[in-house]
Structures are given as C-alpha cells and as structure tokens.
Ligand binder design. Structure first.
Ligand code: ATP
Length: 366
C-alpha cells in the first residue's frame, strides 16, 4: 500500500491492556494494540466481536473499565471526543439534509479552526477536491449516491485536520461494486494525507485490500495482528485461518518427521489425517515429533486436480460457478474440502498439494 509507515515512530494510538465490560460481558477483553503513525490499521472480525466498542474507546465515546488508551504516548483518559483531534465516520453518519454539501463539510469547522492561513471556504473546496467531488458544494445531499455521501462525510470529518481518522463500517450500506470503488478512494485519500487511520469492518476481503495491518478479533481479543499477506498466508490460529478467505483446515497425528528438530530449517513431516499420511512442510520454528497433533491448512487455490505430492481421493458434493473460477466442495471421508478450478468437476476426483503449500497453524492445541 501507499506510504510506508516508519516502524520506529512512537505509536500514534496505543491500547494497553484495555478491557470494556457491559455487565458481565467483556466487549473488549484485555486488548493491547499499537497503531503506527500514518498507518491504515483495520479491526476485522465477526459481528459482536468488539470492533465498534474498540473504536468508541479510541474516539472517547466510551472510557475503558481498565487499561489505558494513549495517543502519541499520552494517556487520553477523561479527554472528551471533541478534544481528541479525531475525525469519525460511521456507517450511517447521515449528512444534514437541509444543508448543502459545502455547508455539511463546513460544519466540521464549527468546532475547530481550519489549518492556519486557509479560509473556511478554501478549506471546504480543498476537502471536496480531495474526495473527488470538486463541483458538489452547492448540491443537496439527497441528490448524491450513497458512495458520494460517504465521501462527503469523510470530507466533513477531515475538515478540521484531525490527527486520527476513525471509520466504522463506512461502506457496509453500499452495494458490492460501489464498495470496491469506494475502498480504493478511501485508501487514496488516506495515503495523500498520511493520516493515521483505524478502520472497522466485518468484511475480511475489504480488510485485506485496504490495510497496512489487520487485527483479526474474536470475542473481544485480537488473535493476530499482521500485514494482510501474513494474515492470509500464515494464519496464527484456526479461527484466523477459517475467518480470512476460503480455507481447508485439517488436523492429525505426526507419524514421521524428517531432519533434525533444532537447526531451524524447514522440515517435512508426515501427518495421519485418515487415509494415506500427508506430507507437510513446517517452517523450522515449529518443533514436532511423532505422536504430536498437528493442525494445518491448505488454501483451495493450492489444491490441484490429479497433481501434488500429497493426494486425497474425494467426491464432488457441490459446485458454485463464480465466473473466474468454480468453487467446488468435495467430500473426503466425511470432511469437506474446498477447491477452486477453472474446469467443471464431477464424481470421484483426486486432489493434491505439495508440502510447502501447507501452513502449520498449531501443534498439540485443540
Ligand atoms: P457489529 O459488527 O455487529 O457491530 P462489533 O464487533 O462492532 O459488532 P460491538 O458492537 O463492539 O461489536 O459489541 C461487542 C459486544 O458488546 C456485543 O456482545 C454487544 O452486544 C456488547 N455491547 C456493545 N455495546 C454495548 C452497550 N452499550 N451495552 C451493553 N452491551 C454492549
């Protein structure tokens, strides 16, 4: 993605052991996160996992039950939202219908002055230019599309020149095509301003497409915080492996392990998942011995028909034509396997993968 944030910069936003309880439930459960200056950081996870609550704690609409929120190293405990220098855009952050687009953007300047040397009108024009609606100042919000309205909402949030931009599912009310276009624009705007951004979505594909780093959250706690490629290729937990993208997660006992355990080099192990043992490459950081229970995953795009070192004989159960590929569900001894192919499949098939295409998720864990 766009700008490359400096990894040595102090964290723009820091959550340090933050918990938020509502009655008996911890919506946010002992979360420690660091968002870097200029970073596009995304909180992704299923409904109810605590994304919105986390964002509200950063914005100052909620205070933590315990733990600290810090901006650039300083605690913001007790600092109200309007004094935090944050711009916020919600899913349904309705524009004021009785004001023009320009007045809506200008409204963002009622509580904070425009940057020095810039008049209010100049600032509004600048922001409308930024969100690619240079001629929209005199239009009524009603005459805009949903995507255009969300861009105006972004312009309004950005008008005072906040240090931090918080976006809570700003695209979830829009149709799929519009979302894809808008996310490119959101990312461009963020890159142009190099503004630290925390983005909330339940859409894992959107999270991968737009972010510098992603926190995959489950039940109030991040299970992995990493760049999109790492989250996709090296999921840290079974939940991450199954939540992000399509995946085949398998588990079995190690029956044979080649090579020495401690030299740090990749090793290939044979795993009994039922049927012929499957050969899996571990990344060297993983210590395994015969008898260990290994959980690993193989992405559908790595399962090939009639090829690969480790092979599985399965039966076609279901096929969904998706255009570019067909997503085929196979029954393999009572388990579902997903493959993606270009050619139609039916009946009995043999699919395979090479040891290096498997990723080990855990050893001796449930
Ligand atoms: P969604 O994507 O559905 O908005 P989310 O991941 O943003 O979900 P939150 O809205 O942060 O999740 O909610 C996390 C948990 O905390 C949920 O179980 C929710 O019911 C609970 N919760 C959130 N706000 C409150 C509140 N004000 N009072 C009581 N419970 C709350």
């Amino acid at each position: 993605a766009g700008g490359s944030p400096d990894p040595d910069a102090p964290p723009a936003v820091e959550l340090d052991g933050v918990t938020k309880r509502y009655g008996d439930t911890a919506a946010v459960d002992d979360v420690t996160l660091r968002v870097r200056e200029g970073e596009f950081f995304t909180l992704v996870g299923p409904s109810g996992c605590g994304k919105t609550t986390t964002l509200r704690l950063i914005a100052g609409f909620e205070e933590p039950s315990s733990g600290a929120v810090r901006f650039a190293g300083e605690s913001v405990a007790g600092v109200p939202p309007e004094d935090r220098d944050v711009g916020v855009v919600f899913q349904n952050y309705a524009l004021f219908p009785h004001m023009t687009v320009g007045e809506n953007v200008g409204y963002g300047l009622n509580f904070a002055d425009p940057p020095e040397g810039v008049t209010r009108d100049e600032r509004v024009a600048e922001l409308l230019e930024l969100v690619d609606l240079p001629d929209a100042a005199d239009r009524e919000p009603e005459s805009l599309s949903g995507g255009q309205r969300q861009r105006v909402a972004m312009a309004r949030a950005l008008a005072p020149g906040p240090d931090l931009l918080l976006l809570d599912e700003p695209m979830s009310a829009l149709d799929a095509q519009l979302r894809e276009r808008l996310r490119v624009q959101v990312r461009r705007i963020q890159s142009e301003l190099s503004i630290t951004t925390v983005y909330v979505t339940h859409d894992q594909e959107e999270a991968l497409a737009i972010s510098d780093r992603v926190a995959v959250i489950r039940d109030g706690t991040p299970e992995q915080v990493a760049p999109p490629r790492t989250v996709y290729r090296e999921p840290a937990t079974r939940f991450v492996a199954e939540f992000v993208g399509d995946n085949n997660v398998l588990a079995g006992r190690v029956v044979d392990a080649e090579g020495s355990e401690s030299d740090g080099a990749p090793r290939t192990v044979a795993v009994d998942v039922g049927g012929e043992p499957l050969r899996i490459e571990t990344d060297g950081a993983v210590d395994t011995a015969p008898g260990d229970r290994l959980t690993f995953c193989v992405r559908p795009e790595y399962l090939r028909i009639g090829e690969g070192e480790s092979r599985l004989a399965a039966t076609v159960e279901n096929a969904e034509f998706l255009g570019e590929t067909t997503r085929v569900t196979l029954d393999w001894g009572g388990r579902d396997l997903v493959v993606r192919t270009r050619d139609p499949l039916s009946g009995e098939v043999v699919v395979g993968f090479d040891p290096e295409d498997a990723h080990v998720i855990s050893v001796n864990e449930a």
